[in-house]
Design a protein around this ligand. Structure first.
Ligand SMILES: [Zn+2]
Length: 80
């Protein structure tokens, strides 16, 4: 079990949806595995996941990823 670098609280492994803003689009990246602090809510990714998130952002910029239009945002599933 890792500890939170900010508040020293416990982190919990969870699958979360990450909202992010890219260019003029509001995206929600779905199904992202992360450690979330149970006290302050800070989210920690593994290096692999962080890389995957960067790839998604590149793909969105290149328009080589299919965006699913949801209510207020585009939903992007994490491809792994
Ligand atoms: Zn914390």
């Amino acid at each position: 079990m890792k500890k939170c670098a900010i508040c020293n609280g416990k982190t919990e492994h969870k699958v979360v949806d990450i909202p992010t803003e890219l260019e003029d689009k509001f995206l929600i990246i779905k199904g992202v595995p992360a450690d979330v602090c149970t006290q302050c809510g800070e989210i920690y990714y593994t290096i692999d996941v962080a890389r995957e998130l960067e790839k998604i952002e590149d793909k969105v910029s290149e328009k080589s990823i299919k965006l699913v239009r949801a209510k207020n945002a585009y939903e992007v599933p994490l491809p792994c």
